[in-house]
Design a protein around this ligand. Structure first.
Ligand code: SF4
Length: 681
């Protein structure tokens, strides 16, 4: 368009997993305004990130050319030089060490088409299943937990159903800051429609104002609290007897386990008064349709998978799965974390969660991709690949749109590990903390410069549309992967993103009925198996995806590290409304960054008095892994004994402090609990 003409392009928000539909208003190649579109799931709403957060697209710091490390310095290079180097090094690594020493990190920030290609490249061209992405750090436990109990690892119901749920139980989630448009639906339900809202959270989050009940548990005691609620529901005969008999299995084992979780016993473990546990149990169980909403306060624990299974137990106990306005609803964090999982950017499955260990699935993919001998083992997770470097298990990494130097737990250690790689390629939009460590940096496009699809938290696939040409010499990730693959001797000649989507449909049953043409009129929710299928608003209607819903008997366990004399406080980490993840995008958006420009350590008035700290004082926070210095913020949000630090700020990186202890099933780290001490700096 001409520089003075206003153009409008409809696309999908690149920040969180709500997947708001928005309209970029452009003059020339500049985004001058962003408007919400009156469509599902946001009905015109946008949060501050969607409205004011697009400054990163045209930011002067965008990577505009490839960079190659020479004498320890990253210097500009041509695409030919950079891609030749990547190709020859990948070939060398493969020959010298074998494909099982090579890993790839895909990305929840890029499109479905790009995630699909990344896993295809790692599997079919490199020959390894060591491919993963940051779902490992946020919702791996959701996928593992829900897939086991129900047969599908996704949000059971839809965002807009929340408004008409009779009861909403929000646990380990702070939607007003992290999924703000979903927060507005929950607030409307409680405030305008007088529905029952239960918040279970140690921090006084915004939704507490509208809640009928607020249970303030010690960090890491969610299983005890929910087991306590189930104890009460069964004791008072409020459970769904017929539903349990017809649709589920293994209930008796759970009944026996929760029999000892009396409200009084749970009060001792969790600090929640027995009367509140009883009240919450009654409120949830008596609601005709009750919805559970959870996020990383549930998933980021060494018992993350067990936490999720406990949510499954509670919902089945009251017959709340397979009906509208109810279900178990994990709020996926990043714009396309659901899609990255759906596309098989995981070490154990191809797209559509088809296990790599099943010979029939391998044969199907080999036929579709025209290759033989796809690897048959479950690959390493992201959290296994990093520590494997110093043990000689991983020699090279291809990292697309991920920033593990800041997002990994105990990140000082993670950086040291990555420095030990023989070859490292990072493909991103900015020179991130991780990109600085790379041998080759490849400049990628943002969402505004490419076509494709994102899948939001409610399984809705929506279009991403190119609004401006690529900045500098940057290219869409799918194009970069294709060019590397072609140079490696496996031609990928896709003309556009739609051609990749057409391939995805043929090998992914849950996406088979979707086309770009059908997506034009809005989004479609998977499963959508045929071209006539309308998409699926809620899962497990009539029967669970796995057949019968499976109860698990689960006991409370303490977190990996508890406060003690040396480190007397709980430390928990998370996000702020105005910032996003490692800040790569939001700190480049002036409108957002000026609202929350620096790291603040949130502590309660009680702890502030005990440690003689005033708001605005510089404090040092120390854990067994390291120390950071930042300003203190005394807040009524915090509970005595627990401090909270957002993880957005490189200069005071919260993950310097966090512990790399992993959930044994899904390998998610325990970001939500470790022990720390605080003092004036
Ligand atoms: Fe974007 Fe999420 Fe905000 Fe919607 S709620 S505008 S998807 S950041």
């Amino acid at each position: 368009g001409r520089p003075w003409e206003l153009r409008k392009v409809r696309t999908t928000c690149p920040y969180c997993g709500v997947g708001c539909q928005l309209e970029l208003n452009l003059k020339g190649n500049k985004i001058v305004k962003v408007m919400g579109v009156r469509a599902i799931p946001n009905e015109g709403r946008l949060c501050v990130k969607g409205r004011f957060g697009m400054g990163f697209v045209n930011h002067p710091d965008r990577l505009k050319t490839p960079l190659v490390k020479k004498n320890g310095e990253l210097v500009e290079a041509s695409w030919d030089e950079a891609l030749d180097l990547v190709t020859s090094k990948f070939k060398e690594m493969k020959e010298k060490y074998g494909p099982e020493k090579m890993g790839g990190f895909s990305s929840a920030r890029v499109t479905n088409e790009e995630n699909y290609l990344m896993q295809k490249f790692m599997r079919a061209v490199i020959g390894t299943n060591h491919v993963d992405h940051c779902a490992r750090l946020c919702h791996a436990s959701t996928v593992a937990g829900l897939a086991t109990t129900y047969g599908s690892g996704a949000m059971t119901n839809s965002i807009m159903e929340l408004e008409d749920a009779d009861c909403i139980l929000v646990i380990g989630s702070n939607p007003n800051e992290n999924h703000p448009v979903i927060g507005t639906y929950i607030k409307r339900a409680a405030k305008l429609k007088n529905k029952d809202l239960i918040v279970i959270d140690p921090r006084r989050q915004n939704l507490v104002r509208y809640a009928r009940l607020w249970l303030r548990q010690f960090p890491g005691t969610d299983i005890a609290v929910i087991n306590g609620m189930m104890h009460v529901i069964i004791a008072e005969n409020l459970h769904a007897v017929d539903y349990i008999a017809e649709r589920t299995e293994n209930f008796e084992a759970v009944k026996e386990t929760v029999s000892k979780y009396t409200p009084e016993y749970v009060e001792k473990i969790s600090g929640v008064p027995a009367a509140e546990i009883i009240a919450a149990a009654r409120l949830y169980a008596k609601a005709p349709a009750a919805s559970i909403v959870f996020c990383m306060g549930i998933t980021q624990h060494t018992v993350g998978t067990d936490n999720v299974k406990t949510m499954s137990n509670l919902a089945m106990l009251c017959g709340n799965v397979g009906i509208p306005h109810a279900g178990v609803n994990p709020l996926r964090g990043q714009n396309n974390v659901q899609g990255a999982c759906d596309m098989g950017a995981l070490p154990n499955v191809y797209s559509g969660y088809q296990a790599v260990t099943d010979p029939a699935n391998r044969a199907k993919m080999e036929a579709a991709w025209g290759v033989a001998g796809l690897p048959d083992y479950v690959g390493m997770t992201l959290t296994q690949m990093i520590p494997a470097i110093s043990e000689g298990g991983i020699k090279s990494l291809y990292i697309m749109g991920e920033n593990p130097a800041m997002s990994d737990p105990d990140c000082t250690h993670a950086i040291k590990e990555m420095q030990g790689l023989e070859f490292m390629v990072v493909q991103d939009i900015f020179l991130t903390e991780t990109a600085k460590l790379a041998d080759v940096v490849l400049p990628a496009c943002t969402f505004a410069e490419k076509d494709g699809t994102f899948t939001n938290t409610e399984r809705r696939v929506a279009r991403v549309r190119r609004a401006i040409p690529p900045i500098g010499q940057s290219k869409p990730d799918w194009q970069i992967i294709s060019e590397i693959s072609t140079r490696m001797g496996y031609p990928m000649n896709y003309k556009n993103a739609e051609e990749i989507f057409e391939e995805i449909r043929t090998v992914t049953p849950s996406y088979a009925g979707m086309t770009y043409e059908r997506l034009e009129s809005g989004g479609l929710q998977w499963p959508c198996p045929t071209i006539e299928h309308p998409g699926t608003q809620y899962l497990h209607k009539g029967q669970f995806t796995r057949g019968k819903g499976l109860f698990f008997a689960i006991e409370h366990q303490d977190p990996a590290e508890m406060p003690d004399a040396d480190y007397p406080l709980y430390l928990t980490t998370g996000r702020l409304l105005y910032q996003y993840h490692t800040g790569t995008m939001s700190r480049k958006a002036v409108g957002l960054n000026e609202k929350a420009p620096e790291c603040r350590v949130e502590l309660s008035p009680t702890d502030a008095e005990a440690y003689k700290i005033a708001s605005g004082d510089m404090v040092r926070v120390t854990s067994r892994r390291g120390a950071i210095t930042a300003k203190a913020e005394i807040s009524r949000k915090a509970v005595a004994g627990t401090i909270f630090i957002p993880f957005h700020f490189a200069e005071a990186a919260a993950n310097t402090l966090t512990i790399a202890a992993l959930d044994p099933v899904c390998k998610i780290p325990e970001f939500k609990v470790c022990a720390a001490r605080i003092e004036r700096a």
